[in-house]
Design a protein around this ligand. Structure first.
Ligand code: SF4
Length: 208
């Protein structure tokens, strides 16, 4: 049933795993089951120039240069139904060779950050994200989960005060940044300057 809740794991354990995946040091291990919502949500998939295995398994005709990124970075689009062209009969045909973007995607970020994507094309991801429930057995779990939510609220409430170069544009970016930023919110209420400094450090790390 669509409305059943799903165990998302212990929040602090999951935070460690998702941050390692974001840093390129691991993969998301989402218990997707039969769900393919994110593969059918009109998403452009970034493929970096170093992703030799993925590039070897995606037909060249499906890839185009990624706007605003250096030469060699590519995007793969979606079909008229919003579906990834590598998804056939509900299965990823290049699963063992899938791009890093797919390996690190985890819809539990929306549940962790309490962020709802209002884009109608993401409605199935929203429905799935609503079902996740994190465990918080320790006080540290409660505090960290609160910090992730506080970070997401801050990014939304102060969107106009954040420089464009570091501000999240999409709901996904806001949820992911809330996870990455949450330690800035562990010890109280940071200022906009504190958050801009943390966002700038994160952007610098991503570009390095
Ligand atoms: S929406 Fe979530 S559960 Fe569904 S396939 Fe994507 S990552 Fe897995």
């Amino acid at each position: 049933m669509d409305g059943d809740t799903l165990p998302a794991g212990t929040i602090t354990v999951w935070l460690g795993e998702i941050r390692r995946a974001i840093d390129g040091d691991g993969e998301s291990d989402v218990p997707c089951g039969e769900c393919t919502a994110c593969c059918e949500a009109s998403q452009f998939i970034h493929v970096g120039p170093d992703e030799v295995d993925a590039l070897a398994h995606i037909p060249k005709a499906l890839l185009f240069p990624a706007p605003g990124l250096p030469k060699g970075h590519r995007l793969m689009g979606y079909d008229e139904h919003g579906r990834c062209p590598m998804l056939v009969d509900g299965r990823c045909t290049i699963y063992a060779h899938r791009p890093r973007t797919c390996r690190t995607y985890d819809c539990r970020v929306f549940a962790a950050a309490d962020v709802v994507d209002t884009d109608p094309s993401k409605s199935r991801i929203v429905a799935r994200a609503r079902r996740w429930r994190f465990d918080e057995p320790l006080q540290d779990d409660v505090v960290r989960h609160g910090a992730v939510r506080a970070a997401a609220r801050f990014l939304e409430d102060n969107a106009d005060a954040l420089p464009l170069r570091v501000a999240p544009v999409t709901a996904t970016q806001r949820a992911v940044l809330a996870v990455e930023l949450h330690e800035t919110f562990l010890d109280g209420d940071p200022t906009v300057a504190d958050v801009v400094e943390a966002l700038t450090a994160l952007a610098g790390r991503a570009e390095a």
